[in-house]
Each structure stands twice: as C-alpha cells, then as structure tokens.
Design a protein around this ligand. Sequence first.
Ligand SMILES: [Zn+2]
Ligand SMILES: [Zn+2]
Length: 376
Amino acid sequence: MAARSLLRAALPSSAAGSLLVMPSGAGRLFVSLCGYNRTSHRMIEEGSKRGKAMVEKRQLFMEMRAQNFDVIRLSTYRTACKLRFVQKRCNLHLVDVWNMIEAFRDNGLNTLDHNAEINVSRLETILSSIYYQLNKRLPTTHQINVEQSIGLLLNFMVATYDSESHGKLTVFSMKAMLSTMCGGKIVDKLRYIFSQISDSNGVMMFAKFDQFLREVLKLPTAVFEGPSFGYTEHSVRTCFPQQKKIMLNTFLDVLMADPPPQCLVWLPLMHRLANVENVFHPVECSYCRSESMMGFRYRCQQCHGYQLCQSCFWRGHANGPHSNQHQMKEHSSWKSPAKKLSHAISKSLGCVPIGEPPHPVFPEQAERPPELTHTV
Ligand SMILES: [Zn+2]
Ligand SMILES: [Zn+2]
C-alpha cells in the first residue's frame, strides 16, 4: 500500500529520471517486523543444515542486519535495498541474465520439467559453474571469491526455498530466483520469464504466472518483507485483473508499467537502485549537511531549495519548516543549471524524443525461448 501511494504520483515518461514521492501513509510504513529474530532463526536453522561449511550459515543475514535497513520507512525501498544487498554480497549482480540462461542450459536445466526437484549438492554444482564462468569473464584484478559466493548464495537459496528442509528445490524455483536476482536488464529478465510461463503460441499461462509469483515473492519474504510483498492468491489479479490473452508485449507493458503491479514494485526499484548507485549530485543535503550525495536525491515540492540525500529521506528526517508529509520529487541524475537550459532549448527545437516506449516491441508469434536463441 505504501508503495502504491509512493508510485501513484510517478511522472510520465517525458520526465524520466525523476519521480514524485507521496508522503501519505508514512505512519503505515513501519511494517511489522516483530518475529524478525524468531523467523530468521527458524528459517536458517531448518533451512540450511547442509549449507557449505566454509560460510557461516547465518552470515548473510547477520551482515544484512548490520546494514540496518529496517530504519528505512518505506517498505518498497527497504525491500529493494535488502535484496540489492543480497544480490551484491553474493556477486549475482556481476552475472548478466544471458549468462545465467546459458548456465541453465549448460547444466541441463532446460531439459527438465519445472517441477522436477534438484538436490542441494546438484544446486551447489550449478552455482559453482555459474561463478567459475563468471571469473573467466572478469579481469584477473577483479576476481571474486568463488567458494564464499557459493556458500552465501546456497545458504540464502536454501533458506528461501527449502524452509521445510527437504534438501531439494524445484527447477522452477531455481530459475525464477536466479533470473530475478542476477544482473542485466529488467526487460531481458522479463522476456526470459515469459518464455518460461507461456505456451507454444506465445500466450501466457495464468497458472504458470501464478507459480512464478509464488516463487519470486519468496524473495521479499526471505528478507522479512513478507507482510508487504508476500504471495497471496490475489497477487495474479493485481497484475492482470482480466483473464484475457496475454502476449509478450502486454506482459512487458504491465510489468514495466509506471507504477508496476504492487506485489512486484520492488523489482524495478532494485534495478533503479543499481543504476543510481554511482550517481553523484554536487548538492548539499539540507538535513545531514553532507556536501554532496550519491544515489537518489529528493527535492521538496513546497520548500524552496530543500533537498535530501536518500539516506535522510528514507529515514523520514526533516528539519526547519520542512515536514516529511511534504511531497518530494525523486531525482536519479543531476544536471547543472547550464545543462538544464541547453536541454530545454533542444527540447523546444524538437531534438529530444518524447514518449518513447519503455521497451522495444518484440515479435509475438515467432519468439522462441531466449535460452535457445540468444546466448553469447
Ligand atoms: Zn542527508
Ligand atoms: Zn518541505
């Protein structure tokens, strides 16, 4: 709910790079995290008994807790930050989705039924091949610690998908999780997912999409955001209210819409977080007074010149005449006043394309599953 009010005010695409953030419902944003300890302990104790010995079973969760993401008021940002943390800590952000698809194929996953179960030791073999291949692509100066990455990811996957300790995960769980949490473009991820949940005529199977949501929404649940983003039987209907024929482009339109469907709103945000991580704004934060900021920048729509860094905004900080009930605009880039002027001029001269679609239009009949056609 918080996320919906957050994104309802999103600007049209002509204002790409900025977003209006509604403060409404700030009080509701403290999603109940009681049971944090209990839940995490149970999941990890039960879930990863066979985890790799070299990594402490709870290490990833302990490190995530140390980041103190729970002070972020907005559940969408909190969820996206936590999952981005998991992604980076496991070095999954370095694996492009096409490489991931190739790894699925190399490990024979595309010949297996989605409901087939694979045991943890096979999962470990698959993760090893993903990370060893990754290191082959990375320069020698930027090699990752393969064993540690396998250990962290294996424990996370087991905690997320094998909470009942069967020692097994389905092929579909694995594909859904890894193709969502890896690096790459969101449109490529969604195309892959569509190839997995559509029939031979390129029409989405609703039951399969429901199954996908069930799997993918275990991710927010694993990072204790189930109260906001856990799976419910209504999740499908929030994405596709009418059961009509859904082809690839409609699927992409809906999932990449602004705002995206409520249950998946954290996914595009995770991508946007990744994109702004290294964006520098030479602007002082009006609250913490740091001279510049990285990431998102928030500008109050009421108080002239009042700007917050993401850390202060996410924590609900406000001072002076500003209140955290004011509407804030989110900026993911910084333009010098001179640049802004030249942009405005070229726009008035018609040099700036407006209303570009968020994704290219793909052929719907002939689309083969990307895993068969598009590996590098
Ligand atoms: Zn600040
Ligand atoms: Zn203000």
